[in-house]
Design a protein around this ligand. Structure first.
Ligand code: PGA
Length: 252
């Protein structure tokens, strides 16, 4: 059966000492409770090694927020999947809407990144989601279908079964405006049907699909109660231990 997962996405926040302190706090909180889901934090590249040193990977997984579309070479400023894997991280967020919007990431580069992540034993948390205009003009299902088909459907079933998906409507990210639980469920069920068409029912049923976009302790329970919502990718609320733990506890 698919896993329930709460993953934090710290984005470009915290210095190294601040990040290490936050990771320690989350790790300690998790040790003191019984989480009914996998818990992951995805942190800036600079934080991976020092954060990995202070967390217990049996209670808290570690991920990066991106990786390069090449394995090594003359790509000044880039950080590769083998480098990320060598820090001890096991996950990597790929195709976040901020990467697609501000850094011009296309499905073509994302296919390379996904392949490199998988080759290096990293689990991609692959993000998809429509912008406000596409929500309003009713094309959102087709937009999301295209992102999945173009970014992931070159994978064989075995490769695809290693992917975690995160549906993040761009209009809900950092805006305080959350998709309703029904809107999230409709989309997640649609995404699962798209996976089923390609890979069959078993793969579709086993794929974790997270919701992201202004998820917080006050709305997490209602969202996670939906049958096709398998947890959350959490931005702002992952930067405060109490808020993040409040979301983790929505599964209790
Ligand atoms: P948010 O971000 O929770 O701050 O809306 C979610 C994300 O971008 O992953």
């Amino acid at each position: 059966m698919r896993k329930n997962i709460v993953a934090g996405n710290w984005k470009m926040n915290t210095t190294v000492p601040e990040g290490v302190a936050l990771a320690k706090e989350v790790n300690a909180a998790l040790k003191g409770t019984k989480a009914n889901c996998d818990v992951i934090i995805c942190v800036p590249f600079t934080h991976l090694v020092p954060v990995n040193d202070v967390i217990d990977n049996t209670v808290l997984g570690l991920g990066a927020e991106n990786c390069a579309d090449h394995a090594s070479g003359a790509y000044t400023g880039e950080v590769s999947a083998p480098m990320v894997a060598s820090t001890g991280a096991r996950y990597v967020i790929l195709g976040h809407s901020e990467r697609r919007q501000y850094y011009g990431e296309t499905s073509e580069t994302l296919r390379e990144k996904v392949a490199l992540a998988l080759e290096n034993g990293l689990t991609p948390i692959f993000c998809i989601g429509e912008v406000l205009e596409e929500r309003e003009n009713g094309t959102y299902n087709e937009v999301v279908r295209k992102q999945i088909e173009e970014g992931l459907f070159n994978l064989c079933a075995e490769g695809f079964s290693k992917i975690i998906l995160a549906y993040e409507p761009v209009w809900a990210i950092g805006t305080g405006k959350t998709a309703t639980a029904d809107q999230a469920e409709d989309m997640h069920a649609f995404i699962r049907s798209v996976i089923e068409e390609k890979y069959g029912k078993e793969v579709a049923e086993n794929t974790s699909i997270l919701y992201g976009g202004s998820c917080k302790p006050s709305n997490a329970k209602e969202l996670f109660a939906k049958p096709d919502v398998d947890g959350g990718l959490i931005g702002g609320a992952s930067l405060k231990c109490a808020d993040f733990m409040g979301i983790v506890e929505a599964f209790n």
